[in-house]
Write a protein that binds this ligand. Structure first.
Ligand SMILES: Cc1ncc(C[n+]2csc(CCOP(=O)(O)OP(=O)(O)O)c2C)c(N)n1
Ligand SMILES: [Mg+2]
Length: 574
C-alpha cells in the first residue's frame, strides 16, 4: 500500500496517531481483515508481539498496560478473531485497564447493516454489539476522514477517569482506501463538560480532624491507589501516622505486605487478621475501592459496623450504587486528595497505641497456617520462591483458583519492586501465562514468575510457543493438584461431591514444556524443593517447574455466605 504526501489511508491514519503517541509495540493475532494495518505497521518498524491465540495478544497487552500505565494496542481480525479476544477485553474492562483494540471488519459494501439475515460478508460479526457492554466505548469509522480523530479520542477515553478498553472496528475499505489529506477531520479539541471536582479545604480539614481523633483507624486500599499512582503518598500517610493498612486482592503491594502495619488482603479468601481489623476499627478510610462482594461478604450491614466509614473515589456511579453505605463519600482525584490530606493529618502523639498492639495480636493469632508434612504443599513452594527471590525485582502473575489465593497470601508484594498481577472482577482462568509473557516482553531484565494451577494453565498453554519465539525467560510454576481446586472445594462444602472438578487427568507438563524447547523439571518431594527451586530460578532462560502437590489441601480460612469478616470458616487445627 502506498501513501504519498497528499494521500492517506485509514491504516496510515492509525499509524500516524501511534507514532505521535510514541507507541513502540503492538499486540497482534493476524487475519485477512486486519492485514492492511499489519502490513503498514511492519513497514514502519512498529514492534509486533504475535501470539498463538487472540487471548494471548489481549492478555500480553493488558500486562504491558499495567506496567507502563498507559493504553496499549491490540489488533485482531474479524469474526473468530473478534470472538476469541472477548475474554481479555472483559478482564481489562472489569479491572480498569486501558487498551485500544483494533478489530478487522468486512468492507462496508459487504456489511449486512439492517438486513434481517445473519451475515453478509465472510467472517462478518456484530463486533460493536459484542463489545458495547465490556468496553468504555466502541467506534466504527464511516469514512477515512474521521479515523485520525477517532483514534485520538479512543486514547483519551481509555485513559481518563476510570481507565478501560476502547474498541475501534475497522472496515476493510476504510483501512485500504485513500483520501486527500486535506479532508482529515481535525482533532476535536473542545473541552466538553469536563467536570473538575474541587475538594474544599474545609472537607480536607474535617477529614483530617476525624482521622486525628480516631483511636482505631484503618486504611482500606483498592486498585484505585495504583491506578492514580498514589502508592508513595499512601505510604507516607500510613507510616508517618502509624495507621494499619488492608488491601483488596488487586491492590496487594500498593503498601508493602512485609511492613508491620500491613494486614495483607481481606475478604473472601483474605487474611482473618485483616477481617478482625475491619470489624473492630473505629474509622475506616476506603481509598479507590468499589467494595465488591468478595471483599465485604454478604453481610453488608455488619461490615465495619463500628466504624465511621469515609470513602474516596473517582467514580461517582460506584459511590452511588455502593454495596456499603459510607458516612462520608468524597468524589475526586485520589492522588490530589491524599496529598492535601497528608499535610493535615497528625497522629504522632498516638504512636504505639493500643490499636497497633491489637493489630500485632491479630496478626500473630491469625497467622497463615498449613501443615508442612505428608505430600508437598503449594504454600511451601510459594513461600520458598518468595524467600529465594526477595532481593529481586519481580512481577508475580497467577491464574485463578486456590493457587491464586495462596500466592496472594504467601508471597510478598511491594510496588514497584514486587508487582502482583491477577484477574480480579472477571476472575478468568488463562490470564496467567499470557500476562506473564506480556510483562516479560516489555521488561526483559525483570524476573517474571507465573504461579498457575493445572486447570488455568491449560486454557492458554499454547503461548509456550511465544515464550520460545521471543526468548522470554519467564519462570512458570505449575501447582498441579489434579483438580479444579477452588470450585471442587466449593462443591464439596455445599454438596459433598465435586462433579467435573475432581480427579482430573493431566499430562506431564514437563514433557510439554520440553517439546517447546523450554527447560523443565517435575517435583513431588519436599527434600528436593530447595535444590530444584534454586536451579529453576537461576536458570538463564525460560523454565517450567511441574509441582505435584497435595490434592487434598484446601483454602482456609474463607469467608462464606452469611459470615462476617471476623468469623471466617476455617479447617485449621491449631
Ligand atoms: C475461563 C474460566 N472458566 C471457568 C472458571 C471457573 N473456575 C474458577 S477457578 C476454577 C478452577 C481452577 O483450577 P486450577 O487452575 O487448577 O486452580 P486450583 O484451584 O486447583 O489451584 C474454575 C473452573 C473461571 N474462573 N474461568
Ligand atoms: Mg488445580
Amino acid at each position: 500500500m502506498k501513501s504519498d504526501n497528499n494521500k492517506v489511508s485509514g491504516s496510515s491514519e492509525i499509524l500516524k496517531v501511534l507514532k505521535e503517541r510514541k507507541i513502540s509495540e503492538v499486540f497482534v493475532y493476524p487475519g485477512g481483515t486486519i492485514a492492511p494495518i499489519l502490513d503498514l505497521l511492519k513497514k514502519n518498524k512498529i514492534k509486533m508481539f504475535v501470539s498463538r491465540h487472540e487471548q494471548g495478544a489481549g492478555y500480553a497487552a493488558l500486562a504491558s498496560s499495567k506496567i507502563k500505565r498507559q493504553p496499549q494496542i491490540v489488533l485482531v481480525s474479524s469474526g473468530p478473531g473478534v470472538t476469541n479476544v472477548i475474554t481479555p477485553i472483559a478482564d481489562a474492562y472489569y479491572d480498569s485497564i486501558p487498551l485500544i483494540i483494533f478489530t478487522g471488519q468486512v468492507g462496508q459494501k459487504d456489511m449486512k447493516k439492517n438486513l434481517k439475515i445473519r451475515q453478509k460478508g465472510f467472517q462478518e460479526t456484530d463486533t460493536l454489539g459484542l463489545f458495547n457492554s465490556i468496553t468504555k466505548k466502541t467506534f466504527q469509522p464511516k469514512n477515512i476522514n474521521s479515523v485520525y480523530d477517532i483514534v485520538n479520542k479512543a486514547f483519551k477515553i481509555a485513559s481518563s477517569g476510570r481507565p478501560g478498553p476502547v474498541l475501534i472496528d475497522m472496515p476493510m475499505n476504510i483501512q485500504r482506501d485513500f483520501m486527500d489529506i486535506k479532508n482529515r477531520k481535525k482533532k476535536n479539541r473542545k473541552k466538553k463538560n469536563k467536570v473538575k471536582i474541587k475538594i474544599s479545604n474545609k472537607i480536607i480539614y474535617n477529614l483530617a480532624k476525624r482521622i486525628n481523633a480516631s483511636k482505631k483507624p484503618l486504611i482500606l486500599c483498592g486498585q484505585g491507589v495504583s491506578i492514580s499512582k498514589s502508592e508513595k503518598i499512601l505510604r507516607k500517610i500510613a507510616i508517618k501516622n502509624n495507621i494499619p493498612v488492608t488491601m483488596s486482592l488487586l491492590s496487594l503491594g500498593c503498601f508493602p505486605t512485609k511492613n508491620n502495619l500491613s494486614l495483607g488482603f481481606h475478604g473472601h479468601t483474605g487474611n482473618q487478621a485483616a477481617g478482625m481489623a475491619i470489624q473492630n476499627c473505629d474509622l475506616l478510610l476506603i481509598i479507590g475501592s468499589r467494595l465488591d462482594l468478595r471483599q465485604v461478604g454478604t453481610e453488608v450491614n455488619k461490615f465495619a459496623a463500628n466504624a465511621y466509614k469515609i470513602r474516596i473515589d473517582i467514580d461517582n456511579d460506584e459511590i452511588k450504587h455502593s454495596r456499603i453505605k459510607c458516612n462520608l463519600n468524597i468524589l475526586g482525584n485520589l492522588n490530589q486528595i491524599l496529598i492535601d490530606l497528608e499535610k493535615k493529618i497528625n497522629r504522632k502523639t498516638l504512636k504505639n497505641n493500643n490499636w497497633i498492639n491489637q493489630i500485632k495480636i491479630y496478626k500473630k493469632k491469625y497467622s497463615l497456617f498449613y501443615e508442612k508434612k505428608g505430600l508437598l504443599k503449594p504454600q511451601e513452594i510459594i513461600e520458598k520462591v518468595d524467600k529465594l527471590t526477595s532481593k529481586k525485582k519481580v512481577v508475580c502473575v497467577s491464574g485463578v483458583g486456590q493457587h491464586q489465593q495462596w500466592t496472594a497470601r504467601h508471597f510478598n508484594f511491594d510496588h514497584p519492586k514486587r508487582l502482583w498481577f491477577t484477574s480480579g472482577g472477571h476472575g478468568a482462568m488463562g490470564y496467567d501465562l499470557p500476562v506473564a509473557i506480556g510483562a516479560q516482553f516489555i521488561q526483559k531484565n525483570c524476573l517474571v514468575l507465573c504461579f498457575v494451577g493445572d486447570g488455568s494453565f491449560q486454557m492458554n498453554m499454547q503461548e509456550l510457543a511465544s515464550i520460545k519465539v521471543y526468548k522470554l525467560p519467564v519462570k512458570i510454576i505449575v501447582l498441579d493438584n489434579n483438580r479444579l481446586g477452588i470450585v471442587s472445594q466449593f462443591q464439596k462444602i455445599n454438596w459433598k461431591d465435586d462433579p467435573a472438578c475432581g480427579e482430573k487427568w493431566n499430562p506431564s507438563f514437563e514433557n510439554i514444556a520440553k517439546n517447546y524447547g523450554i527447560y523443565s523439571q517435575t517435583i513431588s518431594k519436599r527434600e528436593d524443593l530447595d535444590k530444584k527451586l534454586k536451579k529453576f530460578l537461576n536458570y538463564r532462560g525460560s523454565a517450567l517447574l511441574h509441582c505435584l502437590v497435595d490434592s487434598k489441601e484446601e483454602l482456609s480460612p474463607m469467608l462464606l455466605a452469611g459470615e462476617t469478616l471476623d468469623n471466617m470458616w476455617s479447617n485449621e487445627k491449631k
